[in-house]
Every structure is written in structure tokens, then in C-alpha cells.
Ligand binder design. Structure first.
Ligand code: GAL
Length: 664
């Protein structure tokens, strides 16, 4: 699209047709140019097996087209109609406890079910044939938030599919026994038929089995996506295909998924009561851009104001929706969309805000903000297609995340996303843009790579990180990295075995800290701070200490180290330093690596740059509830309101934004 996409999920099937004209009129008023149509309309599109009703969809597609609104047409397969599961209860998903999940909500399907897949493919085939040439069609929206409610199924059908997946992976049963360490607790399998998904067991199921089941479950859903994707590509090869992601959603390996999408899209529901909400959604934005390998992505869903699914659904403050929308654009989104266009009258989400509220829109501040934002975004065509560049990469690998958070560890308090945030927060505050990457990715574009507890690493990933440092890069790594291989087997030979040489040290033992327990840290320059969560016994073999543990049994032993390796440097952190100490460590590292922020801005102001061959666009976002003055080095035009920006101080109101086209 040549314009920033603006709109939301549109469910006209929930409303009498008499409302549709008003919908189009209001969409025009709000500058809506794209809607995700019919996401949950399966039971209206196919009211009984193989009887299709497309007339209503034809009518609304035509109306939208005439109204100048393009369509991200849903394949409608996220909520199968009751007739299907009534006829075929074997397609319903089953939990690890053996509980079958029935129809009456949504997403009640086993991803491996041939019945579900067959029915979904038939519907998609019909939709694709009918609408491939429709002038309103801009994009396909496959399913909805795959795995959101049912990330894995443990039924007999899934068990069979899991076995087939394992057979493909391991070839023979002996290799599987080896990979699963099956001699432990007498778990040797003598034939494939004995293998089950990790259903409820007396105590921990085999961790390698659990890890493979997570891989399988992500793949099983991905197969559902692939089946639909193939049909859509056959009938409309030129139309982009997406499915909406959910930020750092643990069950799905989005690296794999994103490879199969033309456009990455994401749903972001910040909690306005969370003081870190801005940082967290920035992090999600950076992830989406990275998943798409830098390509623009779409903020597919957000709420205009309140959600309905927290215990207490705090509203967004005035200007907050607008600010967070711009934040997505700053971090690479070319579209800002909502769940949903018109607030439902019935059903489980009737108290969830929408672009059009229950009451009269003209009385609603939310609607006014929606209209204002739509008008502003219509001035940002020049943003479309521009890119964000980063000199820093943070390692984020789904498989390592899964493995790290399996039970039965030195401490189960070490959480992957917390670890990511403990790094990301400092970059966010200092306006250093970061991408996310896997250990196996090409890292040559980065000067600094951050590795927060990369617990599981392949040989290839470990070699890639070492090569990055050897070649002159700087790497910062946290404790409990490089501990297991991809089968969840310990890498023997002294922790962290694959990184010992690069880090110039060995970890002799772990000493996790109890809840609330802290350990003192003393930096080489005398400054004192503390860490929590973790400590460990480190012996040096080439690295120099930057900070020591103090006052505990580890008194005087290294806690943070630095090692020159090849042309580069590897810093290691053997605890979770408090934010001030972490900030110091990271600042020292990025200063030495000559990485500069986008802008030295006052606290609470984000600065991100998007650029293209002809444009450099500086986004300034004031996350604070007060006026701020931001030093601007280059003059330009603020595209949000057309005003000229001069070199000097630019004043931004509470939650104010500016998008400065730099240069005149
Ligand atoms: C999303 C979902 C939407 C709607 C929304 C409510 O997870 O895709 O259909 O349920 O949440 O916040």
C-alpha cells in the first residue's frame, strides 16, 4: 500500500446490513483505508457442510471498494462452526490432562486433525477462487493468532502426528532414545507406537521429549498456515499473505513462521497500568521488524482504549493510543490497525473498546482520537517502505527459550523475556536501536551483540558467535548460556563449554539466589551495587574481572568479566545486576564500541529514525505526562502537523509526537 494502512478488524456479520452504510461513512471520516474482514465468519460463510453463503460478503466487499476501503480478507478458519465439531468431535483439541475442549468459544480445533484441515482448506479454496480478482482485495489474513488459546493438542490424532514428526527427525528409534536420553528413568522405547505427547505424568516428563513436542506443536500449526497459504498463492499469487503474531508469544517459533509470510503483522495489547508498557511494545516492534528481516510490518491489532480480558481493564490515557501507534510506525510498521472497528453488542468481547464505540461516536474522546490519528497518518505516505537500521542485535531464539523454561533447573526463576528486558530497557532508554537475531544468523551488520542467557545453542550458533567476536565484534553474554545442545543434553567439558575460549573463563558451579536474596557487586573502580537471581563460581583463564562479588561466600571472586578474543571482546555477566549496574556495564561497552544513540534526548523521550533512499525521518515520542524539550540538530518538517522544525529545542506536549522529515 502506498499509504500507512489504517483500520481494524471488521465484523459486519455481527450487524444488520442497515448498519453497513454508516460503517463506511464513519470509516471515511476516520481515514480508514484497510479492514481485516470476516475473521470469525466461518459459520456465516458455510452454515452447513459444503453449503456456502457468500452473497453478504460480496455485498460488503463491493461497498468497501466503492467507499475506498481496501480489504485484508480473512480466511475465517480460526473458529470452526459448531456443525463441524458436532459431526466430528475427534477434531476437538485435548489438553495434557486429557480434557477435551468443546465448541462454544473459538479456536477449538486440533491442529493435526485431518477433519479440521480438510474443512479449512475447502473454505479457503472457495474464498480464494471467489475473491482473488476482487478489486478491494489487498491482502489475505490467514486464521487468527495461531495458537493463542490452544498452542498444543495432546489427543490421539496429535500423538500419531507427533510420532510421524519424530520419525522424520530421527529416522530410527535408537536415535530417538539417544536424543531423549531415554536410559534415564527407564524410558527406552522399542517402537514408535509407544511414544506419546508429554501428557500428564507423575512427575516431570522427559525434557527432551517436551522440547521436541514444543517444536512439533509449533510446526503442526505452521502446517495449517502453510496449507491455506498454498491455496491463496495458487489463486492470487500477487496478493500478500499474513497472519497476526502476538509479540513474544512463547509457543510459536515465529522465526520459522515469518519466513512464510509476505508481511509480518502483530497484535499488541499494552497494559496501561504497566509503567514499562512503552518499553515492552517498543521491544515487540523491534522483534516484528527483525522477524521480517527489516521489511515494514503491520500493527494488526491494538485497542483504541480498554480491553475486556484483564481483571481490571484500565483505560489508555488521553493520547496514549496515538503515542503507541506512532511508536509502532517508528519501529518499522507501515500500518496501524485495531481490534476492532465497531464495538460488539453481544458476545464475550462486548466490553472491549473499538474504533466506533457503543455510544454516539461524536460524544466519544476515543473516537475523536481515532479520527485525529487517521488524518495524521494520511500525511505520512513518505514513511512507507523506509527502514530502521541498528548496530546492536539481541539474541532471541525460541528453542532456547523453551528449553530454558522447562522445569527442574538450578533456578526456575530465570525467565527468557525478563532476561531480554534486562538488556533491552537500557537500549530503549538511551535511544539505541536494536534488532533481534538468532545465534545462527549473519551478524556481520552489527557491532554489538547481546546474549541474555542463551541457554541452548547449536554448534553452528556457538561457532557463529565466536566468529563474530574474533572478527572484531563486541558481545555481552549473561550467565546460564551455552549449557545444553539442541537435544537438551549438557555440553560437557566445563561450563559454558562452547563459549569458554571466547569468554576466557570457566564457570565451576552455580549458586542461584533465593527470592529476595541479593549479592553485593564491587566494580574495579570501587563503585558498589548488587545483583539478584543468580551468582556463580567463575575461574578466569584469560578474562579480566570488571566487577567482583562482595560479602558473600563468593567474596572477591569475579562476577563480571571482559576478554579480548581475536579482534573483538566478550563481556560476561555472572549474575543479574540491578538496573543501575547493568546500565553502567552496557554503557561502557557500547561507548567503547563507538555506538551512538539516535539522539541524546531527555528521559522518557524515544528517538528512532527510519530512512530510505530519499528520506530520513526522525520519530520523537514523549512517553511522559508532561511537556519536554528535545534538542534537534537538523531542521526539517514535522509531518504530523506540517510545521517547520528548526535547529534547537523542540517542545513536545504530554505524550506528544513528532515525525521530522530531516532536511528541507
Ligand atoms: C486478540 C484477538 C481478537 C480479539 C482481541 C481482544 O487476541 O485476535 O480477535 O479477541 O484479542 O483483545
Amino acid at each position: 500500500m502506498p499509504h500507512v494502512a489504517y483500520g481494524g478488524d471488521y465484523n459486519p456479520d455481527q450487524w444488520p446490513e442497515s448498519v453497513w452504510e454508516e460503517d463506511i461513512r464513519l470509516m471515511q471520516e476516520a481515514g480508514v483505508n484497510l479492514v481485516s474482514l470476516g475473521i470469525f465468519a466461518w459459520s456465516r460463510l458455510e452454515p452447513e457442510a459444503a453449503r456456502y453463503e457468500f452473497d453478504w460478503l460480496d455485498r460488503i466487499m463491493d461497498m468497501l471498494h466503492q467507499g475506498g476501503v481496501r480489504v485484508d480478507l480473512a480466511t475465517a478458519t480460526a473458529s470452526p462452526p459448531p456443525w463441524l465439531s458436532h459431526k466430528h468431535p475427534e477434531m476437538l483439541p485435548v489438553t495434557a490432562d486429557g480434557v477435551r475442549l468443546w465448541h462454544g468459544a473459538r479456536q477449538h480445533y486440533c491442529p493435526s486433525s485431518p477433519v479440521y484441515r480438510f474443512a479449512a482448506q475447502h473454505l479457503v479454496e472457495r474464498l480464494a477462487k471467489r475473491y482473488a480478482q476482487h478489486p478491494a482485495l489487498a491482502m489475505w489474513h490467514v486464521g487468527n493468532e495461531f495458537g493463542c488459546h490452544v498452542p498444543a493438542c495432546y489427543c490421539d490424532v496429535s500423538a500419531e502426528a507427533f510420532r510421524a514428526w519424530l520419525e522424520e527427525r530421527y529416522g530410527d528409534i535408537e536415535s530417538l532414545n539417544r536424543a531423549w536420553g531415554a536410559d534415564f528413568w527407564s524410558q527406552r522405547y522399542s517402537e514408535w507406537g509407544e511414544i506419546l505427547p508429554p501428557r500428564r505424568t507423575p512427575t516431570w516428563p522427559n525434557p527432551s521429549q517436551q522440547l521436541d513436542f514444543m517444536r512439533f506443536s509449533s510446526d503442526a500449526l505452521l502446517e495449517c498456515y502453510d496449507l491455506e497459504h498454498a491455496i491463496l498463492k495458487e489463486h492470487s499469487p500477487g496478493i500478500p499473505v499474513t497472519t497476526n503474531f502476538m509479540r513474544f508469544f512463547k509457543p510459536l517459533d515465529y522465526w520459522k513462521w515469518a519466513e512464510r509470510e509476505d508481511v509480518v503483522s502483530d497484535d499488541v495489547y499494552q497494559d496501561p497500568a504497566d509503567p514499562d508498557a512503552g518499553m515492552r511494545s517498543a521491544m515487540a516492534g523491534d522483534l516484528m521488524r527483525s522477524l521480517g528481516r527489516g521489511r515494514p510490518w503491520i500493527l494488526m491489532e491494538q485497542t483504541s482504549n480498554r480491553v475486556n480480558w484483564r481483571e481490571v481493564n484500565v483505560p489508555k490515557a488521553p493520547g496514549q493510543m496515538r503515542l503507541w501507534s506512532y511508536q509502532a510506525v517508528a519501529r518499522g510498521a507501515d500500518g496501524v490497525m485495531f481490534f476492532q472497528w465497531r464495538q460488539s453488542r453481544a458476545g464475550a468481547e462486548k466490553f472491549h473498546s473499538a474504533m466506533v464505540p457503543h455510544g454516539r461516536p461524536e460524544h466519544s474522546p476515543t473516537w475523536r482520537e481515532v479520527v485525529k490519528l487517521g488524518r495524521e497518518l494520511s500525511r505520512l505516505d513518505t514513511v512507507c517502505g523506509t527502514r530502521v537500521s541498528a548496530e546492536v542485535a539481541i539474541l532471541h531464539d525460541w528453542e532456547s527459550w523453551w528449553a530454558l523454561e522447562l522445569p527442574s533447573k538450578p533456578s526456575i526463576r530465570v525467565h527468557h523475556v525478563d532476561q531480554l528486558e534486562s538488556y533491552y530497557r537500557h537500549l530503549f532508554e538511551a535511544n539505541l536501536t536494536a534488532d533481534f537475531a538468532r545465534p545462527t544468523d549473519d551478524l556481520s551488520a552489527y557491532r554489538l551483540v547481546l546474549a541474555p542467557s542463551v541457554y541452548m545453542v547449536s554448534d553452528e550458533g556457538a561457532a557463529n558467535l565466536a566468529a563474530f567476536v574474533e572478527g572484531g565484534g563486541t558481545l555481552v553474554m549473561s550467565f546460564f548460556s551455552g549449557i545444553v545442545d539442541e537435544f537438551e543434553h549438557i555440553r560437557l567439558g566445563g561450563y559454558p563449554q562452547p563459549f569458554r575460549k571466547m569468554l576466557g573463563l570457566e564457570v565451576v558451579d552455580w549458586m542461584p539466589l533465593a527470592d529476595g536474596e541479593t549479592v553485593k557487586l564491587k566494580f574495579a573502580d570501587g563503585i558498589q551495587s548488587q545483583g539478584d537471581l543468580w551468582s556463580e563460581v567463575i575461574t578466569l583463564s584469560g578474562a579480566e574481572p570488571l566487577a567482583f562479588f562482595a560479602g558473600s561466600t563468593l567474596d572477591g571472586q569475579p562476577a563480571v568479566t571482559s576478554h579480548s578474543f581475536g579482534q573483538g571482546r566478550a563481556v560476561y555477566i555472572g549474575t543479574r545486576p540491578d538496573p543501575a549496574a547493568m546500565g553502567r556495564i552496557l554503557r561502557a561497552v557500547w561507548t567503547e564500541a563507538a555506538i551512538k544513540p539516535v539522539l541524546e534526548a531527555p528521559a522518557g523521550v524515544s528517538a528512532v529514525r527510519r530512512s530510505g533512499p530519499r528520506n530520513s525521518l526522525l520519530f520523537l515520542l514523549n512517553h511522559r505526562d508532561a511537556h519536554v524539550e528535545v534538542p534537534v540538530a537538523d531542521p526539517g518538517v514535522n509531518l504530523v502537523d506540517g510545521s517547520e522544525v528548526h535547529r534547537g529545542l523542540l517542545r513536545l506536549g504530554p505524550r506528544g509526537v513528532a515525525v521530522i522529515r530531516e532536511g528541507w
